[in-house]
Design a protein around this ligand. Structure first.
Ligand code: X8Z
Ligand code: ZN
Length: 617
């Protein structure tokens, strides 16, 4: 079936699957047409299709809420029994989604009103990890995905007699400058994943069989079919976008490598070739701003403030960080979060039990039971993540009047881009306005600010791309289980220009050490989001008549932008995504020129610094 999308999109439709686990509906069959899978006799009519869709939406809505509540409990209290429940509901919901997708096939080719044929497509394509129509295999699949998830969420590694979880190991990667210590934490976290490899291979086998039964060559084609264009065209789109931004990444890589070489010396980081993955301040080398102090331009390029330090000095706690995020949305005219958000969210890591710490946003009843689940720490990174998660919640609430199958993002990249777009408005001027800093740093600080920002936003791009390049290869059978890890590192080196700190063990399964692989959250969405959020930002700044540099523009307090943004958000998935994009930005294409324009002042500096260096790896 499809999977419930918890992290991002709504738990909508069959596609509960985003930052979370599969969902489904574990219940009795509905009473609508074909609820038992038997096709009614005769040629289907438009009226048959209407009745089928009405019933399907009702069944999915019931299942989604039921599964959502089970998953919530399991994600916030992992134990034998909650895993059992999650597997059970995962299997039931997969079976429901697969059954409905199979039944929907009957109406393909029928001349249906646009809205109805769109819903049929969503039913057919939207299952993240499908199973074949066999209850025993659906059970097996659900047990595998639950085990993968909980293995990741409960993973630990012992250093100096102390058992460290992912959060603690990450802190070492983020703050240590000792290459040996970094290497130990980096390798230590990756001891959690080898056990996942056989499960992963079996899961791929099952899901591909499920995709085949639904008429797709493999799961990659199914994932790529969710973008309102043929899969091959979408893949070409992604290549086009990467081609636009790749030169930015190459300059940043070149600059950062030179600074790391200077800091660590030849033995640890040579001046040429790829960068050692554990030196970049993030467990997966996906965003690098934690090493800003190591690579900051000399002289006057201090960004002017240190948000982590300020939040701590002012005694902020996790809840207050979320309140600041809510206030941003309120300033743009969005209604405050419901009281239940505060009662039901999990905002800090409990000490007495295992939870899934990877941040996610949920709308349990697909109406207004919105919540976030985060092991929030008081720092700049989580300040950003709080806005990211709230973006999901505000989007979920904006489209909650749509029919059930349309309660989702225009595409998954839109869902990921909402909160990040808001966070692009966390400028020095904004921080002064809300009293977090006393003085806006002068324009001298811009270079530092932009470099810091590029370490997150530009460094991320090849990472955002390669995760699903790896998965597409796996799903297509181009990457066999015995080559999982080698192919992973080939892509990491090819796109990111990074290498592991040492030889990897023969049984390593490093993809499994990144949440979205055991969690089965498609990742292309983040690559698209990092392009789109700058398009949203540029369009919004144009709306308010901003004439300065894009990185100084904030839409805080602007209700006109809020209303126009909301108009796009309210559409949910009811129209093809180019229509939604056009509603807010006036353009129908995803386009890297906005991110290029944003970082234009920095690129000149990087090119100058890189003069005489041989860039690339
Ligand atoms: O997974 C997330 C969010 C939840 S949808 C916290 N992100 C990606 C990641 O952490 O790998 C946001 C940025 C990329
Ligand atoms: Zn997200």
């Amino acid at each position: 079936m499809k999977q419930i999308w918890l992290c991002g999109a709504a738990i909508a439709a069959l596609g509960l699957a985003a930052c979370e686990q599969p969902a489904g509906n574990g219940e009795t069959p509905g009473d609508g047409a074909m609820a038992n899978g038997a096709a009614p006799a005769g040629e289907p009519t438009v009226e048959d299709a209407r009745a089928f869709l009405e019933n399907a939406e009702a069944e999915l809505a019931r299942m989604s809420e039921y599964a959502g509540r089970v998953y919530w409990v399991q994600n916030t209290y992992i134990n034998y029994d909650t895993n059992w429940l999650a597997s059970r509901v995962g299997s039931e919901s997969t079976q429901l989604s697969v059954r409905l997708a199979g039944e929907a096939a009957r109406f393909e080719g029928l001349d249906l009103p646009t809205e109805m044929s769109r819903k049929i497509d969503i039913l057919r394509q939207g299952i993240t990890i499908p199973a074949p129509a066999d209850a025993l295999i659906a059970d097996e699949l659900a047990e595998i995905t639950t085990r993968l998830d909980s293995t990741y969420a409960t993973g630990t590694y012992v250093i100096d007699g102390e058992e460290l979880d992912l959060g603690e190991l990450s802190t070492i990667i983020e703050t240590s400058r000792d290459p040996e210590e970094l290497r130990e934490a980096w390798e230590g976290w990756r001891t959690v994943s080898p056990v996942m490899a056989p499960d992963y291979a079996r899961m791929v086998e099952i899901a591909n069989a499920g995709a085949n039964e639904l008429g797709f060559a493999n799961l990659a084609e199914m994932w790529l079919s969710n973008y309102d264009m043929p899969p091959s065209e979408m893949e070409a789109e992604v290549e086009r976008l990467w081609g636009q931004v790749e030169p930015l990444y190459e300059q940043l890589h070149c600059y950062v490598r030179a600074e790391l070489h200077e800091h660590y010396g030849d033995e640890v980081q040579p001046a040429t070739g790829p960068i050692r993955a554990d030196l970049l301040g993030n467990m997966w080398a996906q965003q690098w701003s934690n090493i800003y102090p190591l690579v900051a331009p000399e002289g006057d390029a201090d960004p002017g403030y240190d948000l982590t330090a300020i939040l701590n000095e002012r005694g902020y706690d996790a809840r207050q960080m979320v309140e600041v995020g809510e206030d941003f949305f309120s300033s743009m005219g969005f209604s405050p979060l419901p009281e239940t958000f505060w009662e039901r969210s999990l905002i800090t890591q409990p000490e007495d039990r295992d939870v899934v710490c990877h941040a996610s946003a949920w709308n349990i009843d697909n109406v207004d039971d919105v919540r976030i689940k985060m092991c929030t720490e008081v720092n700049a990174e989580d300040f950003q993540t709080v806005h990211h998660e709230l973006g999901h919640n505000y989007y979920q609430r904006a489209y909650n009047q749509q029919d059930f199958l349309f309660r989702n993002g225009a595409h998954d990249g839109f869902h990921e881009a909402i909160g990040d777009f808001i966070a692009l408005s966390i400028t020095p001027e904004y921080l002064r306005e809300i009293g977090l800093i006393d003085e806006v740093p002068s324009a001298d600080a811009d270079l530092g600010l932009l470099l810091n920002q590029s370490l997150d936003k530009i460094a991320f791009l090849p990472f955002g791309l390669l995760i699903d390049k790896w998965r597409w290869g796996v799903f297509r059978g181009e990457i066999a289980p015995e080559n999982y890890n080698e192919a992973w590192w080939d892509l990491r080196t090819q796109y990111q220009g990074i290498v592991p700190p040492g030889e990897r063990p023969a049984d390593a399964f490093d993809p499994g050490a990144k949440y979205h692989i055991p969690g089965n959250t498609p990742y292309l969405r983040y690559f698209l989001s990092f392009i789109l959020q700058f398009q949203f930002h540029e369009a919004a700044c144009e709306m308010i008549g901003w004439e300065g540099p894009l990185h100084r523009c904030s839409v805080y307090g602007n209700e006109e932008v809020g209303a126009r943004f909301n108009a796009m958000m309210e559409m949910g998935q009811s129209q093809p995504w180019p229509d939604a994009l056009e509603a807010f930005t006036g353009t129908r294409q995803m386009d890297g020129s906005a991110i290029i324009a944003y970082f234009e002042p920095l690129m000149g500096y990087l090119e100058e610094q890189n003069e005489g260096r041989t860039c690339g790896w």
